[in-house]
Design a protein around this ligand. Structure first.
Ligand SMILES: Nc1ncnc2c1ncn2[C@@H]1O[C@H](COP(=O)(O)OP(=O)(O)OP(=O)(O)O)[C@@H](O)[C@H]1O
Ligand SMILES: [Mg+2]
Length: 510
């Protein structure tokens, strides 16, 4: 069905169209050029009225409205359409842009389900369903899982727009295919995911396995407390690392340093005491997290499961140390696995993960910040660069793209971007991802919860989709404060009534 014509100046990648009805942003259309059918995506859309274009006052507007209603020629529906490539080639997974721009006057047709199905829902086990096209909801939208794991993804959106829902959906699909997922869960968002193959683990740090600097961080010794740092470095000897009673041995070693320096360096007495306080804290306040008894923290991660590494009870610095430790171990494990497989070389230990794994960092702006060099950032960057070779995919999830390290974002082969209003966030995304056009970035403000623009290697074409809601995920919904208060008020009323009755009863008894 003809719905419009190409008008004005055309370019190989962009045309302007006049249509018989308003076209929606995100809608796919067919440009019926002489060289063959071309698929286009509506990026901008305008409606104008001749009668109402230049009205000066209320009465004129009211009259013009009536004229506009009866005049069929009054309304103009104009849109800007991005050319995505020849339809038949796209159906085979190739994007070939026409060398000659479509001529003005070329017919624009409605895209049919047959036209779109093959492109957005290709066959093959690596293509998994994540939702449907936003403007053509009858068309299933699939993404290529292999590309997620080999080339990483970034999931970026404002808070509450559906990032964790998408992570849960991908995790579930990977898991259905027996894959392994590891999610660093900073807000305890995933432990309630009701999926049978879920493995919720409290992240633990074995202080023996750290270097002195990281130990200082998990003990929360301030960066500028240089004497305390020095004492800890001196006390954290190999002998202490290997001793049975780790904390006692460390404490004794600090004591020895204090005593040795009592005369010459009096400041050691105070600072050493502070370090001893921190060691005491470690055994009480942080005893759940810092455990000298766990010899292999990654041993708790299970292959073929969705592993939720709960880091919500850790401070930011502790979480950073834990994450960098886990990332390093996971990368080394996969390196060992590939070496063992390729060269049949024996490695120091048996690799835990025989097949590719997918690691997700939630609240990534905290761990991979733009302005600071953290240890977690070092290991995440290394995985972003090298993970492809070793079968370790990275998912970077953030509500504050402007604070994320741009190098990491540019390493993400694919992106899912949901509603984003802040201009700094939008421009950060536009500069990091070449596959997203300026017009598409402008659309980000108009998306609703669960709507996403998908770009990059995991899709055949940039697409605007509505992501399926994961029913098994219960956390993350906004709290209904008003209903909660109403219930609380009712209960308070009952409680008050019963206490008053008790008091009255007591008085009677007295
Ligand atoms: N695809 C979707 N369809 C419908 N509703 C959705 C969809 N995705 C998310 N929601 C709703 O939005 C709520 C918030 O989603 P989610 O927790 O995934 O957001 P988020 O972007 O991870 O937020 P935050 O930044 O706070 O972590 C969910 O509880 C759910 O009710
Ligand atoms: Mg979330």
């Amino acid at each position: 069905m003809i719905i419009g014509y190409v008008i004005g100046e055309s370019r190989p990648t962009k045309i302007t169209a006049l249509s018989s009805r308003p076209l929606s942003i995100g809608e796919y259309t067919i440009i019926d050029s002489e060289e063959g059918k071309i698929l286009g995506l509506v990026e901008k859309t305008y409606v104008s009225s001749v009668a109402l274009a230049d009205v000066k006052n209320f009465d004129e507007a009211a009259e013009s409205k009536e004229i506009a209603e009866i005049n069929r020629r009054d309304k103009g529906y104009t849109s800007q359409i991005m050319i995505l490539g020849f339809l038949d080639k796209l159906q085979k997974g190739q994007a070939i842009i026409p060398a000659i721009p479509p001529l003005p006057g070329t017919e624009i047709l409605e895209a049919t389900s047959q036209d779109l199905e093959k492109i957005f829902g290709p066959d093959g086990v690596q293509w998994i369903k994540i939702g449907s096209l936003l403007r053509n909801p009858e068309i299933v939208a699939k993404v290529n899982l292999n590309k997620i794991v080999s080339r990483h993804i970034g999931i970026l959106a404002m808070t509450g727009m559906g990032k964790s829902n998408l992570v849960s959906l991908i995790a579930k699909q990977i898991n259905d295919l027996n894959g392994t997922v590891i999610i660093f869960d900073y807000h305890d968002d995933y432990s309630s995911l009701s999926i049978p193959k879920i493995n919720v683990i409290d992240a633990k740090i074995n202080p023996r396995l750290l270097d002195a600097e990281s130990l200082g961080e998990v003990l929360e010794i301030r960066d500028n407390a240089s004497i305390q740092q020095r004492i800890l470095r001196m006390a954290f000897t190999n002998q202490v690392k290997e001793s049975k009673e780790f904390w006692e041995a460390l404490n004794d070693q600090v004591e020895e340093i204090i005593q040795l320096n009592k005369k010459d360096k009096k400041e050691y007495t105070y600072s050493g005491g502070r370090v001893q306080d921190k060691i005491d804290d470690a055994q009480h306040k942080f005893s759940d997290i810092l455990d000298p008894g766990v010899m292999d923290p990654i041993g708790l991660i299970k292959e073929g499961r969705i592993n939720i590494l709960n880091i919500s009870s850790l401070s930011e610095k502790q979480a950073n140390v834990a994450m960098s430790y886990y990332l390093q171990e996971l990368l080394n494990d996969r390196k060992d696995a590939i070496r063992a497989k390729n060269i049949k070389q024996t490695t120091k230990r048996n690799p835990r993960f025989g097949s590719s794994i997918f690691v997700v960092i939630e609240e990534a702006h905290v761990f991979i910040p733009k302005t600071e060099d953290t240890q977690a950032k070092y290991w995440a960057s290394k995985i972003a660069r090298e993970g492809r070779k070793f079968g370790i995919g990275l998912g970077v999830v953030s509500q504050r793209p402007r604070s994320l390290d741009p190098n990491i974002v540019s390493q993400m082969g694919s992106l899912a971007i949901m509603k984003i209003i802040q201009e700094d966030d939008q421009s950060q995304i536009a500069s990091a991802a070449e596959s997203i056009s300026k017009n598409l970035v402008e659309q980000l403000t108009s998306l609703n919860v669960g709507d996403a623009i998908l770009v990059g290697q995991w899709v055949n074409l940039p697409s605007i989709v509505h992501i399926e809601q994961v029913k098994e995920k219960t956390m993350g919904a906004d709290q209904d404060a008003v209903t909660e208060w109403a219930v609380a008020k009712k209960f308070n009323g009952i409680a008050k009534e019963s206490t008053q009755k008790l008091i009255q009863k007591d008085l009677l008894v007295d």
